[in-house]
Design a protein around this ligand. Structure first.
Ligand SMILES: Cc1ncc(COP(=O)(O)O)c(C=O)c1O
Ligand SMILES: [Zn+2]
Length: 368
């Protein structure tokens, strides 16, 4: 085997690509790819995330379900600042990297079992999974919080998925989605190791687009942690394989309302609000199942965390739009985090930095 799927807590391994958590203890699973990263293994003529398919050994090349995701532009906006335009993926967010990996890996088995896939999401992941399910000819049932934003909900429905609205907390949406039902195969992106693993391609692209010179810093928004963990895993893979000299300082950016990782990382107590009302409506995981894993991995690579206020998010959103980058408020959180670090002197203008712009501005219900 070129890879291993292993529990992050008890160490039990599994060979089933359908398992979304450890069947022994219920903790998250993780995929470890044994094969070293090498520039020679890249399919140079494939201008998408699957140019790195060699490093995803659980994917069969002939079974890839793609919508042309990845190889998104890395735009230099000043001397040492770059924006990675993940808003330009097919469904308008970075989630497509996770969905293409997940659906490519399992669609045959789901069809063989005569089942359908189920997912819970606050919007973007639901839209993305729905699109890839449509592309694969699979039925998808997407569980969403009652207050999900208009454009994202429409997107999920236009892709043909069945939508189930669930009232109450975000955890309640997940519970409902996981409830057994005939034919249901739960593939929730928050847990599923393959979804998270698919996000590795984002790190590979950043390094390749910078000619294999790793940036000094990467700022990204964090909620459930799939983006953060996927990006860390990709950079670690390249560093361990000797392709880049070191991993960048990865900075997890959170809102003051939803900041469990920031508080854990800084050793502070976190008291979530009763109801999340932040303009950053994609960042809603007040109690993410991957919190322990995120804190451990972020510390291991000497990363950092920053928390931003609502006014800072709105300001960052407008500033980005006025520079021509129309992204979701949730994505502006990363830019707000970067600005905050510049102001506090945590980082300097000359440090080579990538800010990941995760989602398309057309998805926002915010009015001018
Ligand atoms: C636009 C956008 N940015 C960032 C995130 C955060 O990603 P994660 O939940 O993997 O931490 C999300 C998640 O929904 C998102 O939709
Ligand atoms: Zn376990």
């Amino acid at each position: 085997m070129d890879y291993e799927i292993k529990c992050t807590a008890c160490g039990k391994t599994t060979t089933s690509l359908l398992d979304y958590k450890c069947l022994n203890c219920g903790n998250p699973l993780d995929i470890k790819v044994e094969k070293a990263f090498s520039k020679n293994g890249i399919r140079k003529k494939d201008y998408g995330a699957w140019r790195y398919i060699q490093f995803f050994p659980y994917i069969n090349v002939k079974e890839v379900i793609t919508l042309g995701e990845g190889w998104t532009p890395l735009v230099r906006v000043s001397e040492s600042l770059y924006f990675k335009l993940e808003n330009l993926n097919s469904t308008g967010s970075f989630k497509d990297r996770g969905s293409t990996a997940l659906v490519s890996a399992i669609h045959k088995e789901v069809k063989r079992l005569g089942g359908f896939i189920a997912e819970d999401s606050s919007g973007n992941a639901g839209a993305s999974i729905a699109a890839y399910a449509a592309r694969a000819g699979l039925k998808a049932k997407i569980y969403v919080p009652e207050g999900v934003s208009g454009p994202k909900l429409s997107q999920i429905m236009f892709y043909g998925a069945e939508v189930v609205k669930v009232s109450g907390s975000r955890s309640r949406v997940a519970e409902k989605a996981q409830k057994p039902e005939k034919g249901k195969i739960y593939v929730g992106h928050i847990f599923h190791p393959i979804f998270r693993d698919g996000v590795r391609s984002l790190a590979y692209e950043i390094a390749e687009q910078l000619n294999w010179k790793s940036p000094e810093r990467v700022y990204l928004p964090v909620s459930a942690g799939t983006l953060l963990l996927g990006v860390i895993s990709g950079f670690k893979h390249m560093a361990e394989s000797g392709v880049i000299a070191n991993t960048p300082k990865i900075v997890a950016c959170q809102t003051s309302q939803v900041s469990p990782l920031y508080h854990r990382f800084k050793g502070l107590p976190y008291h979530p609000p009763e109801k999340v009302t932040s303009i950053a409506d994609a960042l809603v995981s007040t109690n993410p199942p991957l919190l322990e894993l995120m804190a451990k991995e972020l510390a291991a690579i000497d990363g950092d965390a920053v928390m931003v206020e609502e006014t800072e998010i709105v300001q960052a959103f407008h500033e980005l739009a006025r520079r021509g980058f129309f992204v979701e408020p949730s994505s502006a959180v990363a830019y707000a985090g970067y600005q905050k670090h510049l102001q506090s002197g945590e980082t300097k203008l000359k440090e080579k930095t990538v800010v990941v712009l995760t989602g398309n501005g057309l998805k926002t219900s915010m009015k001018t």
